[in-house]
Design a protein around this ligand. Sequence first.
Ligand code: PLP
Length: 402
Amino acid sequence: MKLSTRLNGLQESITLKLNSLAQDYQKAGKTIYNLTAGQLPVKPPQIFVETLRNEALFLRSFQYGPVAGFPELREKFLAHLSNTRKVDFQKAGYDCLVSNGAKHSFANVMAALLNAGDEVITISPYWISYPQVIQYYGGKLIDVKTSFHSGFIPNVSEIEHKINEKTKMIVLNSPNNPTGVLYSDSWMKEFATMIKKYPDVWIVSDEIYHDIVYFDPAPTYFYQHDESLLKQTIILEGISKNLASTGLRIGFCAGPRELLRQMELLQGQLTSGPSSLVQRALIEYDFKEYQDYLNSINDHLRKNADALKVKLKEYDMASAWYQTTSAFYFMLDLTNAPRYKKLDLNTQDITEEFCQKILDEEGVVVVPGNDFGLRNVVRLSIVTSKENLETALDKVLKYLKG
Ligand code: PLP
């Protein structure tokens, strides 16, 4: 079959692939401990569920909505962003484009901005979809590596070092998937000072985990230190994480009006606006309400992060611990494992082998770090129940103890 060359190198999302593999095992009767989840295992706030049900009574909920999203919702998202980030986005000339999840928003941004050969600076380990989408639209990935030793915080001067005349944009994601850390306010300030020197470079700030934070301080952003940077900034947000609604597929992008207008034209031809029903429910729903709902979820994540620390100690892997603060994840460094002490993991990559073994022998599913741009590391999701997490960790860490 002669396919488009645009598809060369496009890979299936490893998280989705592992999830379906885990489901197959489960159907076959095997007990599976799934530590791959990028979503909360609970329903959204009840009031939101009721609002959705109520909106299903209206004809308008089943019909095409405006391409960019309902104007009331776009305004509401922008106002919500202004309240939570303490920045007046309306005044800054921002608009909001509602799409089928923040992943779609990200793809829209790449489609609107990238030309073949444009360089996009990403920080690794990164969210798996960044390289795939960037490359699909002809962009060249320029990776700034972070590691366990630097607490997965990138060095601002290293980012600056990679900027040249081909640099189109930098993608930041704080709080971060897959590391579970966020970049401090002083880091954001330093970044703001640096990037101010490069007004032609866009910054895509993926803030989808903004509300999933279980240790103070709350996340802040570079543009809060210098609002003039807003004209080169695009913010990605959505309801997948804070409203536990990954399946409703609503995300949005906020950015300078002229750019968003172009993205709207593209969205109009490719997908049209996202679900009218969900948008109508969001117009009726009070966003302030979800904070209470998230408090208990963030408490749960904090307890699970603590349980992880205790377990690592119990299995002589305390040196693999670092303080996560946010999002759903922890990166487990396999190079710290007693089992692999004798191997030279600078030259050898045992991630795939480990993931396969731990699934086949113990029924635990984890995501290999290779797809995030990091070898000999796996991503563990800590959203599951504490008992489930502890049982899965016992299995993983016992194996790693060797
Ligand atoms: N950005 C990051 C860092 C993510 O982890 C995800 C989802 O896991 C998304 C964006 C996309 O979220 P959605 O398309 O569900 O809104």
